[in-house]
Ligand binder design. Structure first.
Ligand code: DAH
Length: 340
């Protein structure tokens, strides 16, 4: 008996249409198109037919298979579309919300300041030198004319490292960048013109001090250098850094073991939020003859000036930041204000 292919196709269509999910549909599919499904057994039957009959029935069978596959495709699409529609209906999107956007990173304000400082000194012919953060007692203090038990050492209380170096020297986290003066001058011949930026450490922590902070040291060694050169270089630097010619600079006598004479450099703005106040920005002076000797140089022939300043302090003054700790909290609401 010849099977009613039309009936099988409409049965398949009905099964597919009643499927509620892809899972139902797959079950229905195997009933008709699977290995043991209705069509498979009919294809089996082809084998036993005579060739003329085989050709006709084979053709009809293929047409029926095609129709079933089309019906399956249509129903699968319907189920998928339905799923998406249901999902969209169940999720409400508030189109009035602002987009999230991609956050752009920015350069940390201290790095911005440092880059600017380096640029300015580079423009005045200075090179950049670096030194280690774990320093020996000798480089950090003794070579800078600050011998053991000298009271000036207590101005810079620091963190000592438990181990000593291979020569039995005490090691410590450097309290200033001044030791780089010594390291650089031992290795290079004058004239020397360097700045050395880097991390420094002291036992200090409040709104204007942090146990780790940054300094920038400056050194110019030359047979003819004098105090006016120091003034010229430093005042020029301040005007460029603060982008203002309306500042007054004062060199106030002070004491540092490694300079003689020594000065503290103060600054007064005649405009802006800091107007009228004197603010200390750096220590400086003519390099002490004992220190020049420790550089391995003849202190009768070579002279020089040096200065040291705090990067955080300069940046706070430039941007009116009141609390130094903000630089290290890394709160994006703060950092985002320095995007450039
Ligand atoms: N090293 C000093 C400090 O940390 C700053 C300083 C003062 C550096 C005078 C100098 C200088 O080179 O000449 O307090």
């Amino acid at each position: 008996m010849k099977p009613d292919l039309q009936l099988i196709v409409s049965q398949a269509e009905a099964e597919f249409e009643s499927a509620k999910s892809l899972h139902d549909l797959d079950n229905a599919k195997s009933l008709f198109l699977g290995k043991n499904g209705k069509l498979a057994s009919l294809f089996q039957r082809l084998k036993s037919l005579e060739s003329a009959e085989k050709k006709i029935f084979g053709h009809e069978l293929n047409l029926a298979k095609q129709s079933i596959e089309n019906a399956l495709f249509k129903c699968r699409k319907q189920i998928l579309d339905n799923n998406i529609r249901k999902k969209l209906e169940s999720q409400s999107i508030d189109i009035s919300l602002p987009g999230r956007g991609a956050n752009k990173g920015s350069i940390h304000p201290l790095t911005q300041s440092l880059r600017r400082i380096q640029e300015i000194f580079y423009g005045m012919g200075f090179e950049i030198a670096e030194g280690p953060e774990i320093e020996t007692d000798w480089f950090n203090f003794t070579a800078l004319n600050n011998p053991k038990d000298h009271p000036a050492r207590s101005m810079q209380d620091t963190f000592y490292v438990e181990h000593k170096d291979e020569f039995g020297q005490n090691l410590l986290l450097r309290t200033h960048t001044s030791p780089v003066q010594v390291r650089y001058s031992i290795e290079h011949k004058p004239p020397i013109r360097v700045i050395s930026p880097g991390k420094t450490y002291r036992v200090d922590s409040d709104s204007t001090h942090s146990p780790m902070f940054h300094q920038i040291e400056g050194l110019w060694l030359d047979p003819n250098i004098n105090f006016s050169n120091l003034k010229g270089v430093y005042v020029n630097f301040l005007k460029e850094f603060f982008e203002s010619s309306k500042l007054t600079v004062r060199f106030r006598p002070s004491y540092f073991p490694f300079t003689e004479p020594s000065a503290e450099i103060d600054l007064k703005f005649s405009e802006g939020p800091m107007e009228g106040k004197w603010l200390e920005v750096a220590g400086a002076g003519m390099v002490h003859p004992n220190v020049i000797k420790n550089f391995g140089l003849n202190s009768k022939k070579i002279r020089g000036f040096a200065f040291g300043m705090g990067l955080e302090r300069l940046t706070m003054l430039k941007y009116g930041v009141k609390d130094l700790r903000l630089f290290f909290d890394n709160d994006l609401r703060f950092l985002g204000q320095f995007r450039c």
